[in-house]
Design a protein around this ligand. Structure first.
Ligand code: ATP
Ligand code: MG
Length: 563
C-alpha cells in the first residue's frame, strides 16, 4: 500500500499473498521461509529469494523463518551455517526467534514415514540405486514395479526399523513411496524417501543412519512450521504434485507452494557446486573472494546491503527464466555508492611531479569536499607540498588531439589545489618517463584562476611525503564470457575464467585513508569505488576496487532511448 492508501503494482507472488490476506485464507497469517541447504555460501541468487521471502513477511505483517534444510550429512557443515546466518543478517533481515533446522524434525519425519507404511503407502525396497534408475523408465516409457513393491506392512515396518537401527550397510535398502510406476511425472514413480548413510551429521551426530531425501523432507518442514506461502524456484513446479501427495496422504497441514524464476546473471556462475569448485581448485582465494557472486564476496568487494536489496527490487519476480545483465547490478551499486561514499584522492600508478617554484620544506592544507551528493558529509584537509604524485596515464609527452590532460607546456588544475604547468620531463636511461617538473600559480589556490582563465582538465594527486602506501586490488569479472557455461568440446566453465581478473598495484593514498577501517567504502576520485579489505590493517592497508565509474547500464538505457 502507498501512503495515500492506493495499491502499487504487485508482483504475482505478492498479489497472491495480498489476495489471501484479504480473503483471510490463512486466518490472517503470513509465514514465509528461506530454506538454504548449508552446503555452501549464499550467493546473489539466494539474495533474491531472501529479499522476496523476508520482504513479503515484513510488508504483510508476517514472519519469515530462517530454516536450514540440513538433511544431507555428507555435504553440510557448521561453517556454512555460520556464514548463512551472518549473510542474511548483513542483508538486513531478521528472523526473530524463528531459526529452525530440518534435522530437528527427523523424529517427526520418521513417524510420518511409519504412518505411510501402515497405510500401505510406502515400502522398503532392496534395489540398488542403479536398479532403481532402470526400473523408473523414461519420459517416454513407463516404469516397472520392483520386486519388493508388494511387501506386507508388517515386513516393511520391521525392515524400516532395522534400517534405522543400523542393521544394513549404506545403499543396501531404501524406503519408497508407493504411488505409481507408470505416472507421467517421473517424480511420482515411487520416489525414494529414505536412504541409508552411516555418516556423522553436523547437528545430530551419529544418532541417525537413515536420512530423508529432499523431496520427502522439504514439504514436511514447511508443514511442521505451518508456512503459509512456500515460495520456491521454477524447477520445483513438477515436484509439487509429490509434495501434495505426501501431505494429503498424511492428512498434514498443507502450505501453498508458489514457484518463481531463479536469478541468473551474466559473466558469472551461480550453482553452489560450481562455486565450490572455484574455491577447491584454487581459481579464487575462498568463498568470500571479492570476485565471487557470493554475498560474502560482494560484501568484501564493497557492496552495500542497500545496493543488493535495490537490485533485487528492480529485477522483480516472475515466472520466466532469464539472465540479468551484470551491468544492472553494478548500476544499482554505483547509485548507492555515489550517494553514500566519501570522496578521496588516491594514485594507483604514480608519476612523480616536482613543483619547482614551491618552496622546499613547505607544505599546506587544502580544503576538499567529502561528498558533493551529501552536504552533511562536510570537508576535510589534504596536504599539498613540493613533491606530488599524479596518475601516469594523466600525462602524455606527445598528446593526441583529444587528450586534454597534462603535457609539456600545458596548464591543468590539480583538484582542490592549484593550476600547474608542465615545464620539463625527466627520463631514465631506457627512455621511460620517471618525473615531471611543473610550476604552480599561487593565485589559483583552491582551484580557480582569479583572471578567469580556464583549463581543460582537473587531475587528482597526492602529496608524496604524506602519502600512505597501500596494496590495491583491481578486480575484473571472473569470466570472459557472458555465459561461462558455453564452453568448447571437452571443456567446462573453468575454460572461460578470466586470467586477468585480478591486478594488484601499490598505490599512494591521501593520508586520511590511513585510518580506514575494514569494509569502509570510498570513491577514489576519477578512478572508481574502493573499499578497505576485510584484512586491511593500519600498518598494511589493502583496498579492493569495488567497481569503476563507467556505468554500462546507463549507456545501454540511453542507447535504447535513442533507437
Ligand atoms: P542446490 O543446487 O544445492 O539445491 P540451491 O541454490 O538451490 O542449490 P538452496 O540452499 O537449496 O540452494 O537454496 C535456498 C533457497 O534459495 C531455495 O529456496 C532456492 O529456491 C533459492 N535459490 C537458490 N538459487 C537461487 C537463484 N539463483 N535465484 C533465486 N533463488 C534461488
Ligand atoms: Mg536447492
Amino acid at each position: 500500500m502507498q501512503e495515500d492508501g492506493s495499491q502499487v503494482n504487485l508482483d504475482f507472488v505478492r498479489a497472491i499473498v495480498a489476495a489471501d490476506s484479504k480473503s483471510n485464507k490463512w486466518d490472517g497469517r503470513v509465514v514465509t521461509r528461506f530454506p538454504p541447504e548449508p552446503n555452501g555460501y549464499l550467493h546473489i541468487g539466494h539474495a533474491k529469494s531472501i529479499c522476496l521471502n523476508f520482504g513479503i513477511a515484513a510488508e504483510f505483517g508476517g514472519v519469515c523463518h530462517l530454516r536450514f534444510d540440513d538433511t544431507n550429512p555428507e555435504k553440510e557443515e557448521q561453517e556454512y551455517v555460520n556464514s548463512i546466518i551472518e549473510d542474511v543478517r548483513w542483508l538486513g533481515w531478521d528472523w526473530g526467534e524463528h531459526l529452525y533446522y530440518g534435522s530437528d524434525y527427523f523424529e517427526q519425519m520418521y513417524e510420518y514415514a511409519v504412518q505411510l507404511i501402515k497405510a500401505g503407502k510406502a515400502y522398503v525396497c532392496d534395489l540398488t540405486a542403479e536398479q532403481i534408475r532402470e526400473y523408473r523408465g523414461t519420459l517416454t516409457e513407463p516404469g516397472r514395479d520392483g520386486p519388493d513393491r508388494n511387501r506386507s506392512v508388517e515386513e516393511n515396518l520391521d525392515l524400516f526399523e532395522k534400517m534405522r537401527k543400523g542393521e544394513f550397510p549404506d545403499g543396501s535398502r531404501t524406503l519408497r513411496a508407493k504411488i505409481d510406476m507408470a505416472h507421467p511425472n517421473l517424480n511420482m514413480r515411487d520416489p525414494v524417501m529414505y536412504r541409508i548413510v552411516h555418516a556423522e551429521h553436523h547437528r545430530t551426530g551419529d544418532k541417525w543412519c537413515i536420512y530423508p531425501m529432499y523431496d520427502w523432507a522439504h514439504g514436511l518442514e514447511d508443514s511442521v512450521e505451518k508456512i503459509t506461502h512456500s515460495i520456491c524456484t521454477l524447477e520445483f513446479e513438477n515436484h509439487r504434485p509429490l509434495y501434495d501427495w505426501f501431505l494429503d496422504e498424511l492428512g498434514a497441514y498443507h502450505p501453498q507452494q508458489i514457484e518463481f524464476a531463479r536469478l541468473n546473471l551474466t559473466y558469472t556462475v551461480m550453482s553452489k557446486r560450481k562455486l565450490l569448485r572455484l574455491v577447491q581448485e584454487g581459481y579464487v582465494e575462498g568463498w568470500d573472494d571479492p570476485r565471487m557472486p557470493t554475498v560474502s564476496g560482494m560484501r568484501r568487494r564493497g557492496y552495500s546491503p542497500e545496493a543488493i536489496r535495490e537490485f533485487c527490487r528492480r529485477i522483480g519476480v516472475n515466472k520466466f527464466n532469464s539472465t540479468v545483465d551484470m551491468a544492472l547490478l553494478e548500476h544499482c551499486l554505483r547509485e548507492d555508492l555515489n550517494k553514500t561514499s566519501r570522496r578521496v584522492m588516491a594514485v594507483l600508478r604514480p608519476l612523480k611531479v616536482v613543483i619547482d617554484n614551491y618552496p622546499e620544506g613547505q607544505s599546506e592544507e587544502l580544503e576538499a569536499v567529502n561528498n558533493p551528493e551529501d552536504p552533511q558529509a562536510g570537508t576535510r584537509k589534504v596536504p599539498f607540498s613540493r613533491e606530488l604524485y599524479i596518475e601516469q596515464e594523466d600525462f602524455m609527452e606527445e598528446p593526441p588531439k583529444k587528450f586534454f590532460r597534462l603535457a609539456p607546456g600545458r596548464e591543468v588544475r590539480l583538484r582542490y589545489a592549484y593550476f600547474v604547468t608542465c615545464t620539463d620531463v625527466v627520463k631514465d636511461e631506457a627512455g621511460n618517463i620517471v618525473e615531471l617538473h611543473c610550476t604552480y600559480d599561487p593565485a589559483t589556490r583552491g582551484g580557480d584562476a582569479p583572471d578567469g582563465r580556464k583549463v581543460k582538465a582537473t587531475l587528482h594527486w597526492v602529496s608524496a611525503a604524506d602519502a600512505v602506501e597501500a596494496e590495491v586490488r583491481l578486480y575484473e569479472s571472473l569470466f570472459t564470457k557472458e555465459n561461462p557455461d558455453e564452453a568448447g568440446e571437452g571443456e567446462d566453465f573453468t575454460a572461460n575464467i578470466n586470467p586477468d581478473s585480478l591486478e594488484t598495484v601499490t598505490a599512494h593514498l591521501e593520508p586520511s585513508l590511513a585510518g580506514a577501517e575494514p569494509l569502509d567504502r570510498f570513491q577514489f576520485e576519477r578512478l572508481g569505488y574502493f573499499c578497505a579489505d576485510a584484512g586491511s590493517r593500519a600498518g598494511k592497508p589493502v583496498f579492493n576496487r569495488t567497481v569503476t565509474l563507467r556505468d554500462a547500464w546507463a549507456k545501454i538505457q540511453k542507447g535504447q532511448k535513442n533507437t
